[in-house]
Design a protein around this ligand. Sequence first.
Ligand SMILES: [Zn+2]
Ligand SMILES: [Zn+2]
Length: 209
Amino acid sequence: MGKNAELRCRCGSVHGIVSGASPSAVNRVVCYCDDCQAFAHRLGRADLLNAQGGSDIIQVAPASLTFTQGQDHIRGIRLTPKGLYRWYANCCNTPVGNTLSPAVPFVGIIACAFDHGTQRAEDVFGKPTGAILGKYAVGQAPAGSTGINLSLLVRAIGKVLGWRLGGRVWPHPFFRRDDGAAIYPLEVLASEDREALRPLCGPHPAARL
Ligand SMILES: [Zn+2]
Ligand SMILES: [Zn+2]
């Protein structure tokens, strides 16, 4: 059985708990996609990206994440009308979870939200098991990050299916069960605002980072 891992935004206003936390309970992957990069830039948090633009993401079961403090700071952004829901704390613009709708149950949380005090994400969740979408990486794509990583894909699908079948969807930290609506205020970026972020992102950023 895992332990409880505490999630915190950078300024400490928003707290959450991931229960049953352990390397085998989650999927930890570094994502180099341009949407993850665009989201970090939109928040003014390029510091969250590694040197190649990667976001270190820990995917957990929705029902394992509970916010315990500062919920009034939580907001959501979709980069496009059908894009991922990207939730963040607006006190300090720290991402606190990426989701699809509850039909595809997972919450992807930036690993550094678990690094605070004496807690280290690596001690709780282990190291990343791989990297994906390296074709969008800034500069040299990290080894093994381009093309389809079948074992990561199978693992990710297995986790999400297991969470769905195992009743780990509800209570969902970002959606109400009765009508499926988002719990927190949500914004869909205008297409010109989405486009304005592209020069900042890989694979070939045109603007200085
Ligand atoms: Zn904060
Ligand atoms: Zn991504």
